[in-house]
Design a protein. Structure first.
Lengths: 257, 274
């Protein structure tokens, strides 16, 4: 199943946020969306996931999702969006409650999702008892439980410290390894983009337009090796040079606002 | 200068002085027994003042006299008669008001039409002291229990509706968006996201409405009732039976404390996740 952004533009009142953005997330493909702050990255993801109606243009799906997928487009949120009154397994089961799955099938799906994120021993814990990294693992586990075709990840690591971020990136690499899931991955962190994405969509400053689409010509497994370091840094620098001046302008603008 | 020898072995001379501690205070921790000791002390002084005849017992009977009055009221059965009538009125009025308040509060929190209409009416009617409506309610409903219960229900209704819709408003939007992103249907979002999210505010509202109900039951019973704690306190005052009067006041205070405890219990049970 492909996810297509087809000439999407969006404005909040007078403020133009996105301008004619088109690209495709192919089946099993990971597309990172980067750009200076305030360029409409998260807005774009909300539109792609059907949580926001664009001023013009459409988000479209092409092809059938996998037969067992309960929610083909599934979000992973920056702030985790966990129910604080529900423990880990209840949070993971939450999106399954309204489905036609039997209690037994739900249980199996929850168990599997918890196992894949290493949360089995924490199933009875409440969100407030968990570290930020574990909370986001619950968010990821909840997403896995509905067997998504495409993950919509909205700065999933931004709320975490750099060590936790590193560990979760390794988790992402592992989860995306078999190509069963694609992802649209919004981030301002170029290292994450270079590490995880097959293609990187670089947006310009507000109103966000596509400045460039950069392909990463290495498998994710290769990128984990020490020899790939230099190449990845070079790519990161290349991206940064695309964004830098606009990032400076964007920062000034925010401070004046 | 920062090597180990210098740190450990530097002899203290006249110029060496300790960094003054300046972080004290501003952390008032309440001690477990302090409150009880304070209470006991006040009662002891009060009792002493009564026993030594420093004050006229007609105006301020000693604690022992009040305890005796409560005991005698309990033995004669009068205590239960008054308390049970008041409890019935509070219970019926509070339940009615709460049920309506929760329903209206959720409607205001979830629907645009209910919100525009509801908030206008609530803002207009909330400030009216509900006891002022008792005479009107008596005209409408007769002189039985109904107008008293209705007064309490009205008082409870507005506070409840307000605390419920503020609670619904305070449910983090990101949780609702999350649920929507999983195609969770409206009814399930209300039940599994909005209700638990609004619960802290709803329970805080219960604390307020319980005291509103107590206030209104006493006022209503003072205006027109044969039985009930309010009527009893008023009668005792008219007859200058201050020990009985204060016995009634003590019972009211115990009732208020008990309700507070119950709500504390509910909070620890239902809001353990906070």
């Amino acid at each position: 199943m492909d996810l297509i952004a087809d000439h999407i533009s969006h404005r909040f009142g007078e403020l133009a946020v996105l301008d004619d953005v088109s690209f495709t997330v192919g089946s099993g493909e990971v597309v990172a969306i980067v750009g200076p702050s305030g360029c409409g990255k998260s807005t774009l993801l909300s539109i792609l996931g059907g949580l926001l109606q664009p001023t013009s243009g459409v988000a479209e799906l092409r092809g059938a999702p996998p037969a067992d997928s309960l929610n083909p487009l599934t979000f992973v949120f920056q702030d985790f969006a966990l129910l604080p009154w529900a423990n880990v397994e209840e949070n993971v089961e939450f999106p399954l409650l309204h489905t036609s799955l039997s209690a037994q099938a739900r249980r199996a799906q929850v168990d599997d999702a918890l196992r894949r994120t290493g949360l089995t021993d924490f199933r009875k814990a409440y969100p407030k008892q968990l570290s930020g990294g574990m909370r986001q693992r619950v968010g990821i586990s909840r997403a896995l439980a509905v067997k998504p075709a495409i993950l919509l990840m909205d700065e999933p690591l931004s709320a975490l410290d750099s060590q936790t971020r590193e560990l979760l990136m390794e988790d992402f690499v592992r989860l995306l390894a078999d190509g069963a899931m694609g992802a649209a991955y919004v981030t301002h962190n170029l290292e994450e983009a270079v590490r995880l994405a097959d293609r990187i969509v670089v947006l310009s400053r507000r109103p966000g337009r596509i400045r460039e689409v950069v392909s990463v010509a290495m498998t994710r497994a290769e990128r984990g090796e020490a020899t790939a370091r230099a190449k990845m840094l070079e790519l990161q620098n290349q991206l940064w040079s695309l964004i830098r001046t606009e990032a400076i302008d964007a920062e000034r603008e925010v401070q004046h606002a | 200068m920062l090597d180990r020898a210098a740190q450990a072995g530097t002899p203290k001379d006249a110029a060496t002085r300790r960094v003054r501690f300046r972080g004290a205070g501003f952390v008032p921790a309440s001690s477990r027994f302090g409150g009880w000791i304070g209470l006991a002390l006040v009662i002891a002084v009060w009792q002493l003042a009564g026993s030594l005849r420093w004050v006229n017992p007609l105006f301020l009977p000693a604690p022992s006299a009040i305890a005796k009055a409560i005991y005698e009221l309990a033995i004669s059965g009068a205590l239960w008669q008054h308390v049970s009538v008041s409890l019935l009125r509070i219970g019926a009025g509070w339940l009615l008001g709460t049920a309506a308040g929760v329903a209206v509060g959720f409607a205001i929190g979830l629907s645009r039409i209910a919100r525009s209409v509801g908030i206008t009416f609530i803002s207009a009617l909330f400030p009216i002291p509900k006891i002022a409506l008792l005479p009107l309610l008596i005209l409408w409903l007769g002189i039985g229990e109904e107008p008293k219960i209705a007064t309490i229900a009205l008082g409870v209704f507005f506070s409840t509706a307000i605390s419920v819709y503020s609670g619904v408003d305070a449910v983090p939007r990101n949780l609702i968006r999350m649920a929507q992103s999983f195609n969770v249907p409206f009814a399930t979002i209300v039940r599994k996201v909005i209700w638990p999210g609004a619960l802290p505010s709803i329970l805080a509202g219960f604390r307020i409405t319980a005291s509103v109900a107590l206030l209104l039951v006493v006022s209503a019973e003072m205006i027109g009732a044969q039985y009930g704690i309010g009527a009893f306190v008023l009668q005792a005052g008219n007859l200058m039976q201050t020990d009985q009067l204060l016995a009634g006041v003590v019972i009211l205070s115990v009732f208020g404390l008990a309700v507070g405890k119950v709500i504390n219990l509910l909070e620890t049970k239902l809001l353990h996740w906070r």
